[in-house]
Design a protein around this ligand. Structure first.
Ligand SMILES: Cc1cc2nc3c(=O)[nH]c(=O)nc-3n(C[C@H](O)[C@H](O)[C@H](O)COP(=O)(O)OP(=O)(O)OC[C@H]3O[C@@H](n4cnc5c(N)ncnc54)[C@H](O)[C@@H]3O)c2cc1C
Length: 387
């Protein structure tokens, strides 16, 4: 067992940490107020090679390992969770399935501009009546000549209106259930793709999220991922990997909440001593630190498993469940540590508390993670770790 980082991983963490603290953190509060998408930061991240982190070099990416990607997301989320989610969606749910299920021609055409940050990417799974129950989606497709024609409505789409390429699921015939679903790469810059005004969200306010209507949107046949009917399977495989990015995002937000809480608890004096010396506060901070460390290492273990090519479904669901639930508890208590000040927009813990909330919802709710884990347990003979 090796709990150490490689030299390259340490170098990447240092680079992203410096960038996050010097370039991302300072404007986070202003962006939270204005809701402005940080194009300048994404441009700088493209220059650092962060827009195609796990895409192979031959397609214009940086070809990094999963752990390097996760620690980068963690560092960015420490500074601004809105930036972290935009980047995570662009890298994982968009580029990952193209790398693994796209034809060679498709990869050579769409990955370089995505990986080099010339255009952004996203994914369109959720619909007004199909969230957790993805197999019940209603967006339809039909083949017309050399194209697929898509019609329907998608909802809660991160990077809608600002990204060019989206991985999208649609069904040939709803009565076929998940077997009727295919996955495509949609170019959103066409008249048949209509984007609603951005949602007014509780948190992640500078990350753009919007509904999208597809009115006979055109997709060339070359943009099919895998084979027709494999879309549901492709989406599940993608989410198995991408939800680690959300675990890392939650860990980054929680680490910031813990850092801020520690600093404040050492400075704030009540009843004649710093509040960290009151056991109720000190013990809770000890719990926060311990639980965060456990969530972090489970997430890193999932990254390690993923590098070995194993089935990570159960471990990635466990990591996302533990990391996001723990992070929510940590941010909740961080507000408590700050007392009344924690309820003020003057203090960062107020934003962290709002930003972290959605991590137990998107890319599979906590209930869905428990379903994934329970189904994996049903198939297992023993839960003892592999030697
Ligand atoms: C900020 C934000 C960004 C997002 N970005 C994207 C994106 O880029 N692309 C995209 O496709 N989607 C995106 N989503 C959508 C997100 O993935 C869904 O909201 C999520 O999957 C839950 O679906 P739902 O909202 O329809 O809730 P529902 O599925 O309706 O669930 C409602 C509640 O019921 C529970 N529930 C449902 N079924 C069961 C069950 N069988 N057993 C127990 N409990 C159950 C759920 O856990 C939840 O608590 C985003 C959402 C948000 C808020």
């Amino acid at each position: 067992m090796d709990f150490g980082f490689s030299e390259q991983q340490l170098m990447i963490r240092q680079m992203v940490r410096e960038f996050a603290r010097e370039r991302v953190a300072p404007g986070a509060r202003e962006r939270d107020e204005s809701g402005q998408f940080p194009w300048d930061i994404f441009k700088e991240m493209a220059g650092l090679g962060l827009l195609g982190m796990v895409t192979p070099e031959e397609y214009g990416g940086s070809g990094l390992d999963v752990l390097s990607y996760l620690i980068s997301i963690e560092e960015l989320a420490w500074a601004d969770a809105s930036v972290a989610v935009g980047l995570s969606v662009h890298n994982s749910v968009c580029q990952w399935p193209i790398v693994h299920f796209g034809s060679e021609e498709l990869k050579r055409r769409v990955l370089p501009p995505l990986a080099q940050g010339e255009v952004l990417g996203g994914i369109m799974l959720t619909e007004p009546d199909a969230g957790s129950d993805l197999a019940s989606l209603s967006t339809t497709y039909r083949r017309v000549g050399d194209e697929f024609v898509l019609s329907g409505a998608k909802m809660w789409i991160t990077n809608a209106g600002i990204a060019k390429y989206f991985v999208i699921l649609a069904t040939r015939d709803k009565s076929l259930g998940h077997r009727g679903i295919s996955a495509f790469v949609l170019d959103a810059e066409q008249p048949g793709v209509l984007v609603d005004p951005p949602e007014k969200k509780m948190g992640l306010r500078s990350s753009v999220t919007a509904g999208v209507t597809l009115e006979e949107a055109r997709v060339p046949v070359e943009n099919l991922l895998g084979k027709e009917g494999e879309g549901f399977k492709i989406a599940l495989a993608t989410l198995d990997h991408s939800r680690l990015g959300i675990a890392a995002q939650a860990i980054g937000i929680a680490q910031r909440a813990l850092d801020e809480s520690l600093r404040y608890a050492k400075e704030r004096v009540q009843f004649g001593k710093p509040i960290i010396q009151h056991q109720a506060i000190g013990f809770r901070l000890a719990d926060m630190d311990t639980e965060l460390e456990a969530a972090r290492w489970l997430t890193y273990r999932a990254a390690w498993l993923s590098e070995r090519g194993g089935n990570i479904s159960r471990t990635s669901a466990q990591a996302k469940l533990l990391a996001t639930e723990t992070a929510n508890r940590i941010c909740n208590f961080a507000v408590q540590v700050f007392g009344g000040y924690g309820y003020s927009r003057e203090y960062v813990v107020e934003r962290l508390y709002r930003d972290v909330r959605v991590t137990t919802v998107y890319e599979g709710t906590s209930e869905v993670q428990r379903m994934v884990i329970a189904r994996a347990l049903e198939r297992l003979a023993s839960t003892a770790p592999e030697c």
